[in-house]
Design a protein around this ligand. Structure first.
Ligand code: SF4
Length: 354
């Protein structure tokens, strides 16, 4: 089965194409103080190595605006300046060559200021993301709907989109985010049904560790399954590199993007013949950073093991004290338990070198 993606217009953000028939673009955001140039660039480079394609940096103060020019110059990928409340920072960020800016028109305050930002973005061919957020919805919509409902969020996004277009600017995308998964999904659905504007998707403030990953995967997964989403960010508390890894796992599980190693392992049961969690952890750790899409199956016994291991690029079907190593469905050899991980890794390494 292939997901039918919503037809959207294509925009170009610093050379990265979003929307149209382009793959879903993976974004993340630095967690460093933007003004700390060295640390920020270091994190941007780590994100890039993990597969991030567009990076956003927070611009809360003058010193962060000042740092932007150097960051844009040295970043290996397009940079978006994240602006809240300060229209002057949006204008200055564009002056400092940010490829994109993210604003929440609802908190810029004055429509005239928003228009000024839009005019400047049009002049400089900068992409704007209209970021509608449940935490900062316009007052009149809150009064109309009583709370930030899906309809209210979608209406806010549609309202600003119409204004941008009326002002002759179409080089923008929209995000509608909330920490409540269902509201967020519904709001994106309503918006998507009415426009061809590219959507940046994500669940904001998804949380820490496992719960953040689950919440993001469910919300983003539903939207992607519905064909919605041209670019995405998985928001997690912690190291943003993890956001990129999770993003590719979500995209990979839906067949939308492939990058890195996908490890398939059985849930284990009473037939288990080996310390499978230890083996999987070791293989996962050793293959971290591999960019080539590879499916590696590690199975705990001979019942389902050989079948599953055969379906993957590489497979280990563990038996009592030994394991069968497969390559694309064909038996390569039988190895002793103590040597199986080493044997698997050596074969994969050889393939990666070819
Ligand atoms: S592969 Fe074997 S050990 Fe793993 S869950 Fe299946 S039957 Fe149990």
């Amino acid at each position: 089965m292939v997901i039918q993606r919503r037809k959207t217009r294509e925009i170009d953000l610093g050379g990265v194409k979003i929307g149209g028939s382009n793959p879903v673009v993976v974004q993340s955001m630095t967690s460093t103080k933007t003004r700390e140039l060295e640390k920020t660039l270091e994190q941007i480079n780590s994100l890039y190595r993990a597969g991030c394609e567009i990076v956003r940096v927070a611009v809360p103060g003058e010193e962060d605006v000042e740092a932007l020019e150097e960051i844009v110059k040295k970043s290996p990928m397009p940079v978006i300046a994240d602006i809240h409340f300060r229209p002057d920072f949006a204008l200055k960020s564009m002056e400092r060559r940010a490829h994109g800016i993210r604003i929440n028109p609802g908190n810029i305050g004055d429509e005239g200021k928003v228009r000024e930002i839009v005019e400047e973005a049009r002049r400089r061919r900068v992409v704007i993301r209209i970021g509608v957020n449940s935490g900062s919805l316009e007052k009149d919509l809150l009064e109309k709907y009583g709370s930030p409902t899906a309809q209210a969020l979608a209406e806010s996004a549609l309202r600003w989109s119409e204004k941008f277009e009326k002002w002759g600017y179409t080089n923008f995308k929209v995000s509608i985010k909330g920490s409540d998964v269902l509201t967020c999904v519904e709001a994106n659905k309503i918006f998507a049904q009415q426009t061809d504007i590219p959507l940046h998707i994500g669940i904001t403030e998804a949380g820490f560790g496992e719960s953040g990953v689950i919440k993001s995967s469910v919300g983003i997964g539903i939207l992607l399954y519905l064909g919605i989403g041209d670019t995405l960010r998985v928001s997690l508390t912690g190291n943003p590199v993890e956001e990129v890894e999770v993003a590719y796992q979500i995209l990979g599980s839906l067949g939308l993007r492939k990058r890195g190693v996908e490890i398939i392992s059985c849930p284990t049961c009473g037939r288990i013949e080996v310390d499978l969690p230890k083996v999987v952890k070791e293989v996962k750790e050793k293959l971290k950073g591999v960019e080539k899409p590879l499916k590696v199956a590690i199975m705990g016994c001979v019942v389902n093991g050989p079948g599953e291991a055969k379906e993957a690029d590489w497979g280990l079907a563990c038996g009592k004290g030994r394991a069968v190593l497969f390559k694309k469905g064909k038996v390569v050899k039988t190895v002793r338990e103590e040597e199986m991980v080493k044997a698997l890794l050596e074969e994969i390494e050889r393939e990666l070198k070819d």
